[in-house]
Each structure stands twice: as structure tokens, then as C-alpha cells.
Design a protein around this ligand. Structure first.
Ligand code: KG4
Ligand code: ZN
Length: 352
């Protein structure tokens, strides 16, 4: 089966066509992503109304390109999938409404995909993983551990109680006067900095829970920067290095705890940790996670970075996984700003 996937929940307008064979193997036939970084750059962050307008302006031709590059006509598709949440509601509406119109006009099934589920299932396309596995999703909007037990069967083990990890990178970059998105900039400058000059806090580290908290760390960074202002390039590099070391320690510690929980709750299952989201591109965090996985005897899977960040492939693939189970949606389905993966979990930081 071949599906179109549409992603418009944040600042990427994306469409892709993916094929899934009867054995459950996937092939990417096209993958078009248009980043809106330039539109939002003057504002230092994503402006929801601008994002929605840019999706309106670009989505149609991005879908046409996805169809042309795949060599698949829209009428030959087996289903239309689009992110229906969580995300910025204006953008989600653009993608979901377009998907409904295409599905209605072409007489194809509609699959309204949870964006988090799309991130969670990507490793099955890229690495052919079997269930269950543990997902660490770390992006600009989310920081969570999720036990992936099956399609539509998720248990959230931890989330952030304040900022997402990528958001913390972005905010630290902003207060240091660096560009947006901040993660890659902070990582670049951290390479030449002294990570031990500033001793930043590691919030919640003494607790056993698998949740994250980054706002205290961000405040500590701001206070340290204010204390020594005006900052020299060396100061900025040292702050970046200290911050990156602190978050790497936090992520390592949490991942080790999550893998012990995996072993305890799923005895006899070889533990697998999948990392997704834009922060998966960070090499310091990546090597920290490799070390933790090696210590725990777990397999670490990091899909190629362009498939870890927002894209249409993951949406098409999640749609294909659901369509293969006969699980499609009616046209009454609505866009959702918040939509936790784990329906039992509407409390703490839900949707984050
Ligand atoms: O998954 P993503 O592309 O978009 C969503 O948030 O959905 O993630 C973007 C986030 C941004 O916060 C960005 O600063 C962060 O991922 N990021 C990084 C790195 N590359 C991207 N954070 C740390 N180090 C990086 N190398
Ligand atoms: Zn995402």
C-alpha cells in the first residue's frame, strides 16, 4: 500500500509518499520538507499565525512535488494521512483539512495521525523494529519516555514538567544572543568551551521519577550570564558547554532509570531504546545515550536525523501502520492542539 503523509503541526510544511509491503517493510518514495525558519527568524521563535499562513501558501505544491518525485499519482494512493495534533492548531487545521478534501475527492481512506505516534513508529520503518521498545522523544515541543507496545498502544513513563529539551536549548541560545534554532548553535559553541567552569544544577536528579524539568537550569544559566556580563566569546562558549554537560547528565541519568524499569517490567524482552526528535542530532547527548545503552546491555536506535525531525514520511508510515490494521478515521475527526499518546495520562504536562 502507498500513502501520502502530510505534516503541518509546527514550522515545517511536509509531504511524503511511503510504501508498505505485506510483510510490514517500508520504502520511502518521496520526502519533501519546507522549513519556515526564515519566516520566523525576525521574531526569535515560531509565530503560530505566520506558520499557518505559510502552510496555506505552500502545502499544495509540496504535495504535488511529493507525488511527482515518487512517480505516484494521487489517484493511485491507498490512503491519505495527516497530522491531526498535537501542535499549533492553525497549522494542524491546514494539513488535516487538505487531507480530508483529498480523501473525499479521491474516495480514499483518511488516517488522522497523532504526531507523537508518528515519531514513535518511525524506527519500525527505518530499522524494522518489533514491539515493544522504549522511545525517548526529545524535540522543541516534547520530552518524553514512552513504552511503545503496539500501534495505538502506548504508555508514557515520563515527560517534562516545564520546558521541552529543545526549547531549553533554544531559550539558552536566545539569552546568549545566538541564532534560532538554538540547539545546533549551542552545540557548536560548546565544542570550544570549558564544561566545568560553571556548575549548573541537574533538577530532579535525586528523584526516581522519569520526568524532566529544565526551567531551573535555564534560570541558573541566565543568572550566571547576568553576573559576568558583558560576555566575551569565551564566556558564551563556557556557558554553552556547561549547559550541554548538565542536560547530557540529566538525559543519561533518566535513560538509565528508564532502561532499568524496562528490564524490570518486561523480563525476557531485549531492551531497545529509540531516540527521536530534533535534539537527537546533538552528538554529546547521543554519545551519552550510547554509553548508557551499552552499560544496560540495550540496543540504541537513532533513525537518520532528517527522519527524527518533523517530516511527512513518519506521518505516511504511521498512517500505513494503522491502515494495515483497518484503523481509519471519519471526516468528523477534528484537529487537536493537545492529544496525549497515552489516553490514561491526561495529567502532568500532557501533550508535552
Ligand atoms: O523535532 P524538531 O525538528 O521540531 C519539533 O520541535 O517538533 O526539533 C527541533 C528542536 C529545536 O528546539 C532545536 O533547537 C533542537 O531540536 N535541536 C538541537 C540540535 N539540533 C536541533 N538541540 C540540541 N542540539 C542539536 N544539535
Ligand atoms: Zn515533532
Amino acid at each position: 500500500m502507498r500513502l501520502l503523509g502530510i505534516e503541518t503541526s509546527c514550522d515545517e510544511t511536509a509531504a511524503a509518499i511511503v510504501e508498505r509491503d505485506p510483510a510490514g517493510r517500508g520504502t520511502i518514495l518521496s520526502n519533501i520538507v519546507r522549513s519556515q525558519l526564515d519566516e520566523h527568524a525576525p521574531y526569535g521563535g515560531v509565530v503560530p499565525e505566520l506558520a499557518a499562513r505559510a502552510h496555506v501558501s505552500h502545502l499544495d505544491h509540496i504535495i504535488a512535488r511529493a507525488s511527482a518525485e515518487a512517480g505516484v499519482k494521487l489517484r493511485d494512493l491507498d490512503g491519505i494521512a495527516a497530522t491531526a495534533g498535537p501542535g499549533l492548531i492553525g497549522g494542524v487545521l491546514v494539513g488535516l483539512t487538505t487531507a480530508k478534501a483529498l480523501a473525499a475527492a479521491l474516495g480514499k481512506p483518511l488516517i488522522a495521525v497523532n504526531h507523537l505516534e508518528a515519531h514513535a513508529l518511525t524506527a519500525r520503518l527505518t530499522d524494522g523494529l518489533a514491539f515493544p521498545y522504549l522511545l525517548l522523544l526529545v524535540s522543541g515541543g516534547h520530552s518524553q519516555f514512552v513504552l511503545v507496545r503496539g500501534v495505538g498502544d502506548y504508555q508514557r513513563w515520563g515527560t517534562t514538567i516545564d520546558d521541552a529539551l529543545g526549547e531549553a536549548f533554544d531559550k539558552v541560545a536566545k539569552l546568549l544572543g545566538l541564532g534560532n534554532p538554538g540547539g545546533p548553535e549551542v552545540e557548536r559553541l560548546a565544542k570550544s568551551g570549558n564544561p566545568l567552569r560553571f556548575k549548573f544544577p541537574r533538577p530532579l536528579l535525586k528523584e526516581h521519577r522519569l520526568d524532566f524539568s529544565f526551567s531551573g537550569l535555564k534560570t541558573a544559566v541566565r543568572l550566571a550570564a547576568e553576573e559576568i556580563a558583558p560576555l566575551t566569546p569565551k564566556d558564551v562558549a563556557d556557558i554553552c558547554a556547561g549547559f550541554q554537560l548538565a542536560v547530557t547528565d540529566i538525559v543519561r541519568h533518566r535513560a538509565a532509570a528508564a532502561l532499568s524499569r524496562f528490564r524490570a517490567e518486561l523480563p525476557g524482552v531485549a531492551p531497545v531504546l529509540v531516540v527521536a526528535g530534533g535534539v537527537a542530532a546533538n552528538q554529546a547527548i547521543g554519545s551519552g545515550l550510547r554509553a548508557v545503552a551499552a552499560e544496560a546491555g540495550a540496543q540504541l536506535v537513532v533513525p537518520p536525523i532528517p527522519l527524527c525531525t518533523d517530516n511527512g514520511v513518519m506521518v505516511a508510515w504511521a498512517g500505513a501502520e494503522r491502515l494495515a490494521l483497518g484503523d481509519t478515521d471519519g471526516f468528523e475527526i477534528s484537529a487537536k492542539a493537545r492529544w496525549p499518546l497515552d489516553s490514561a495520562d491526561m495529567g502532568l504536562g500532557h501533550g508535552h
